[in-house]
Design a binder for this molecule. Structure first.
Ligand code: ADP
Ligand code: LRH
Length: 496
C-alpha cells in the first residue's frame, strides 16, 4: 500500500541513525521506497577502568529522540526495526534489569582466548559447529573471558540479549533473540540450527541465558506503555528485522537472481557472496571466511576485513590534536599523494585495537622495508590502496571457495561516499564496481519490516524495490598495470 511508513534504527560502530521509509508511487505509477534521515548521532566507545564499553543508555536516549522527531515531522510509522553491529550483548537479571554496561567488542579481555579455546575444543571441530572466522571478539570469547574473570554478572544473569534485541527490549519490554545476530556468536550451530549447548557446557557458559531465535520478519511487540506515555506517541510494533547490520545491508544489495559478490563498506569491510547453505569446509576455515545467517533463509559467505576503522582512527588522532580534517578533505589529500609508495596489510592484528594508529601504520611500513608515510595524504593513500588490494585478495578467495567468477562487485554502506576507494577497488579488481545504496543497512532493515507488513513478498521482490528506488554509481576499471605489480607485493605480506 502506498503511504506505508516504517522507521529504521541503524546503529553502526561509528554512528547511529534513524531513518523513515515510505512507499510511494512515482509519476509513472511505479512503486518506490523513499527514505529520509531524521536523526544521526555519534556512537563512542568509552573506557571505564580496565574495560572498553558501549554507552547503551545514551543510544536508547537517541533512539527515543528519533521516535519523537519522526512523529514531530508528521510521519506515522506503524513499525520500527533495530539493526546494529554484531557479536555484542547485554545481560539481564531476574527482574529484567540490565546488568552493567555492555562490553565493546574491541575490549582487550578476549586477547589470547582464540588459542585457549581451540586447545579445549579443537579448531576444526569449532569451525564445523559454528561456521565462523576466528575473530577475537566473537560472543563466545567475550563470555569465556567473563567466566575466566569469575564475573558475578554471569552468575546473576538470567537472559542474554544481543545488542539489537537489547535496544528493542528497552523500548518494548519484550525479550527476543533474532537469528542473524545469533549466528554471529559462534555459539549457534548452523548445521543443527540450534544453540550449541554442549559447547557452552564445555566452556562453562550458562545455556539458560539464550532464547530461541526467531527469523527476520517476525513481529516482536508494541512500544511499552511507559515509553508511549513518555514520548507522547501512539503504538508502534517492533519487527525483528535482519538485526545484524551486515545482513540488513546485504538484503539491500540491488542484485538480480544471479550469484553476486558484495562488499559492505563501513567501519568494517565485509566481502563475500550469498549462499543458500553454509559452506563448512576446511578450505573455508583456512581462507578465514565466515558463514553468517542472512535474511530470507540465506547464508552469507564472507570475510571480515579491518576496513575504514583504520582511517577513522587516524582521523580521530588528528582531530584530538586539533588538526581537524573531514572525510572528504582526507580523501582529497590522499588523491594528491604519490601512488603505490607504501602498503599495509589491513588485517594485521595490530590494527584491531584503538589508539596509536598512525604509528602502527608507520611501523608496519618500516618492518616491511617500505618508505614510511609521513603526511596525512600519504597515510590515507596507503590505507585506501591497501584496502582495495585486500578486496581483490578476498574476492579471489571467494571465487575459489564457490568455484564461481563474479563479473563485478556490489559496494554498499557509508564507505562508498569515498569515491577514491570505489575507483581504487575497481582498478585493483580489474572489474566494475556498482556502488549503492549508501544507507544499505537502514534500507535492508526497512525491507524486512515491509515483508512483515505483507508489502513485499520475499527478498527478491524487496531487492527489486531497492533497484527501482535508488541510483547506482558505476566505476569501470582502468588498465593501469601498476595495480598488478602492487598486488604481487601485497600478496607477499603472506596473510590469507
Ligand atoms: P558504521 O555503520 O560502521 O558506523 P558507515 O557505514 O556509516 O559506518 O561508514 C562510515 C565510514 O564512511 C567512515 O569511516 C568514513 O570512512 C566513510 N565516510 C563517511 N562519510 C564520508 C564522506 N563524506 N566522504 C568519504 N568517506 C566518508
Ligand atoms: C559491521 C559488523 C560486522 C561484525 C562487526 C562486529 O558493523 O556488524 O559484521 O563482525 O560489526
Amino acid at each position: 500500500t502506498t503511504g506505508t511508513t516504517v522507521l529504521a534504527f541503524d546503529m553502526g560502530a561509528s554512528s547511529g541513525r534513524a531513518l523513515i521509509g515510505r512507499l510511494a508511487n512515482d509519476s509513472e505509477g511505479k512503486r518506490k521506497l523513499e527514505v529520509s534521515e531524521i536523526h544521526r548521532f555519534p556512537n563512542h566507545a568509552i573506557q571505564v577502568g580496565k574495560h572498553l564499553h558501549w554507552d547503551t543508555l545514551r543510544l536508547l536516549h537517541e533512539m527515543k529522540k528519533g521516535i519523537r522527531l519522526a512523529f514531530q515531522n508528521g510521519y506515522e510509522p506503524s513499525t520500527f526495526g533495530v539493526d546494529t553491529w554484531g557479536v555484542d550483548f547485554g545481560l539481564l537479571d531476574a527482574n529484567g534489569e540490565l546488568l552493567g554496561n555492555p562490553y565493546h567488542y574491541r575490549d582487550s579481555h578476549t586477547d589470547g582466548l582464540i588459542e585457549e579455546v581451540n586447545g579445549l575444543i579443537g579448531q576444526e571441530a569449532l569451525f564445523r559447529q559454528s561456521g565462523l572466522q576466528f575473530m577475537p571478539f566473537n560472543t563466545l570469547y567475550q563470555l569465556y573471558a567473563m567466566k575466566k574473570a569469575a564475573s558475578p554478572k554471569l552468575d546473576v544473569a538470567q537472559t542474554l540479549l544481543l545488542t539489537p534485541d537489547l535496544l528493542t527490549y528497552l523500548l518494548t519490554g519484550v525479550k527476543s533473540c533474532e537469528f542473524t545476530m545469533a549466528t554471529t556468536t559462534q555459539l549457534y550451530d548452523p548445521g543443527t540450527q540450534s544453540w550449541n549447548v554442549e559447547l557452552m557446557e564445555k566452556l562453562g557458559i550458562p545455556s539458560r541465558l539464550f532464547l530461541n531465535p526467531v527469523h527476520p520478519g517476525t513481529i516482536v511487540g508494541p512500544l511499552a506503555p511507559e515509553v508511549m506515555a513518555e514520548l507522547g506517541v501512539p503504538a508502534m510494533q517492533a519487527v525483528a528485522v535482519g538485526t545484524h547490520d551486515t545482513e540488513s545491508a546485504i538484503a539491500a544489495v540491488p542484485a538480480g537472481d544471479e550469484p553476486f559478490a558484495f562488499l559492505v563498506c563501513g567501519t568494517w569491510s565485509l566481502l563475500g557472496t550469498e549462499m543458500s547453505q553454509p559452506l563448512l569446509t576446511t578450505e573455508t576455515m583456512e581462507l578465514e571466511f565466515s558463514n553468517e545467517g542472512g535474511v530470507g533463509g540465506t547464508y552469507q559467505l564472507l570475510k571480515n576485513i579491518m576496513g575504514l576503522w583504520i582511517l577513522q582512527e587516524c582521523k580521530r588522532e588528528w582531530d584530538e590534536k586539533g588538526n581537524e580534517l573531514s572525510f572528504p578533505e582526507l580523501v582529497r589529500l590522499a588523491e594528491q599523494a604519490a601512488p603505490f609508495r607504501s602498503l599495509i596489510h589491513p588485517d594485521d592484528p595490530r590494527f584491531f585495537a584503538p589508539g596509536g594508529m598512525v604509528d602502527k601504520i608507520r611501523s608496519f611500513c618500516e618492518e616491511t622495508n617500505q618508505p614510511i608515510p609521513e603526511s596525512e595524504g600519504e597515510i590515507i593513500r596507503c590505507i585506501l590502496e591497501s584496502l582495495a588490494l585486500r578486496y581483490r585478495q578476498a574476492l579471489e578467495q571467494a571465487e575459489m571457495l564457490t568455484d564461481k567468477r563474479y563479473g563485478g562487485l556490489h559496494m554498499v554502506g557509508g564507505g562508498i561516499q569515498n569515491e577514491l576507494l570505489c575507483r581504487f577497488t575497481a582498478n585493483a579488481l580489474g572489474k566494475p564496481v556498482w556502488a549503492g545504496p549508501i544507507e544499505a543497512s537502514a534500507i535492508g532493515n526497512m525491507l524486512m519490516q515491509l515483508v512483515a507488513l505483507g508489502e513485499c513478498k520475499d527478498l527478491q521482490e524487496a531487492r527489486r524495490l531497492v533497484a527501482d528506488s535508488f541510483p547506482i554509481s558505476v566505476y569501470e576499471p582502468s588498465t593501469d598495470a601498476n595495480w598488478s605489480a602492487a598486488y604481487e607485493k601485497f600478496v607477499g605480506f603472506g596473510r590469507v
